[in-house]
Design a protein around this ligand. Structure first.
Ligand SMILES: [Fe+2]
Length: 232
């Protein structure tokens, strides 16, 4: 018998690490700035929601000089992502449209969502204590799910195991400090509840991709310099 797995979703994790010039503690400064933002904003909507700066007025870390080295490194990761996907990075411009900190205290989580206004998204991990919640990727209509919800945990009694990518609608990804995870923004994702007394701290960013030359492409955004605002 031959099993043919079709159409895999590829998530990349790059061990970006932290800038080290021997003088400044970039990681420590980034963590301190994000905790400052959290302190100065309203608390999360519920007791189990992680603090996410994008809905608290802190969605432009990329505009702050402190984070410039981080976005240079993220750009390198994104270029590597495109190359790994056999897409020519030289034909695209990458724009960060928003970026924000995420802080999860014990028992807090990020509920399932997707960044549908964006093309590529990244998550960069500053602090990942042991027992930290893992990053989960979900597929609401898994291709092999021939009954609705067949692969969801409530149907677990039907499984003999093992779980594989082919019979799961959720895949958990382990992340480490300094990792940059890159994925298509439309991918539904979440985090497991955080289990440690020490918070998990990460940075998320949304990336829009434009074509340097869109003249022969029906799809793909034209370069930003060709856009014109027509509203007031
Ligand atoms: Fe997200």
């Amino acid at each position: 018998m031959k099993k043919i797995d079709l159409f895999p979703l590829s998530i990349f994790s790059f061990p970006l690490g932290f800038p080290d010039d021997g003088k400044t503690d970039a990681r420590g400064e980034w963590i301190a700035r994000i905790l400052e933002m959290r302190r100065d904003s309203a608390p999360p909507r519920s007791e189990i929601s992680a603090w996410t700066g994008d809905v608290k007025g802190y969605a432009a870390l990329h505009a702050q000089p402190l984070f410039v080295p981080l976005f240079s490194a993220i750009a390198r990761g994104l270029t590597a992502y495109l190359a790994e996907m056999s897409i020519d990075p030289a034909q695209f411009d990458l724009y960060v449209t928003r970026s924000w900190g995420v802080v999860a205290e014990k028992n807090e989580r990020v509920n399932r969502h997707a960044h549908l206004q964006s093309h590529l998204s990244v998550a960069y991990y500053l602090q990942t204590p042991a027992e930290g919640g893992r990053l989960a990727f979900l597929m609401s209509d898994a291709p092999n799910e021939f009954l609705p919800g067949l692969f969801e945990s409530r149907m677990g009694s039907l499984f003999k195991g093992p779980r594989t990518a082919a019979n799961s609608s959720t895949t958990l990804v382990d992340v480490a400090e300094g990792d940059l995870v890159v994925f298509p923004s439309k991918t539904v994702h979440a985090t497991e509840p955080h289990q440690s007394d020490e918070p998990r701290i990460s940075i998320s960013a949304d990336i829009v991709v434009t074509l340097k030359d869109a003249t022969t492409h029906e799809f793909g955004l034209p370069r930003l310099s060709d856009w014109k605002k027509i509203s007031n």
